[in-house]
Design a protein around this ligand. Sequence first.
Ligand code: UD1
Length: 350
Amino acid sequence: MRILVPGGAGFIGSHTCLALLEKGYEITVIDSYINSHKKSLQRVLDIVKRNNRVKNISIDIEIADIRDEKAVEKLFIRYKDLGNPIKAVIHFAGRKSVQESVLDPLLYWDVNVNGSINLLRVMDKYNCRTIVFSSSATIYGFSNSLPLKENSEIKPINPYGRTKVAIEQILNDTYNNQTDKWKIANLRYFNPIGAHSSGIIGESPIGIPNNIFPYITQVAAGILDQLSIFGQDWPTLDGTCVRDYIHVMDLAEGHIAALEYLNNFEKKLVNLNLGTGLGTSVLELIDTFEKVNNVKISKNFAGRRIGDSCKVVADNCLALSCLNWSPKRDLEKMCLDGWKWQILNPRGYD
Ligand code: UD1
């Protein structure tokens, strides 16, 4: 079964491509490489070849933006003509920085929303109506009671989050049309961290990371001087913010579980939280990282970061019950695997 993976060269995309290939799916990736690295998919292939002792495995890669309708259509035509049509899409393509979205909201609406509309239009034209969409817990905003359920209030507080909500709404309207039968899973990610246990693929942020985990690994490696902890006066046990960190391979496997779940239906729309359901504070994350890896993280306390929530933790019961999936890798494993990736690749893919 051939799957199209827009944005498949990025952090979560590349780990999902690996999981797909290991389960025997054929994949085609379309990626602009604007915020990802050419080497990631080559390394995915290296891992699959090594683990499965296979030689002739490949990923068809198209370097293009999903707003480019002709480029997307070309892929659907190619596989239709080969008698191996694209059967489903796992859609990661889009911009993902909250800060950048505030500075350039039009870019975010154009790439994320127009890109998705373009993709859906081409899918519809070629009778491919199964899509797993990369949404985010950021859509819940911060006025909710915890843990966050799929029916908690949707109240994004930045342009990035609003584009994710808009795409979910477009998918909802697409699903509700009377003529065609769509199968749609909106996966709301919590905080993906870690890396594949081989240390061969991982997160490779361009420039100084905004997210805490790559920041920690770069401080531990001596690339960055010190981690600033944003706030020590939050109403939590130790005063630092709480998040639901999930191993990127558990998240990747969640995508395949969602795809296989959709295949049980003629028509389906489902929103699912992909998190562990466990809250970890910033200090707990740092402590665990230091302990399991036997390293020291130089740190200081800074003021709260604008737009941060105190606690963001998933209620993942729906995903657990629907998908026959559960996160298997604990915080220690996330820290071990993320550090292995950092040590083996001090400058990421560069
Ligand atoms: C951020 C985004 C979210 C996105 C997610 C992707 C914001 C407001 N939210 O979530 O939309 O889906 O990344 O993973 O940007 N922290 C520090 N020092 C740092 C960096 C972070 O103390 O240098 C703290 C933050 O205050 C937060 C926690 O670490 O409490 C996690 O931060 P981060 O990794 O940026 O993720 P989120 O803010 O949860």
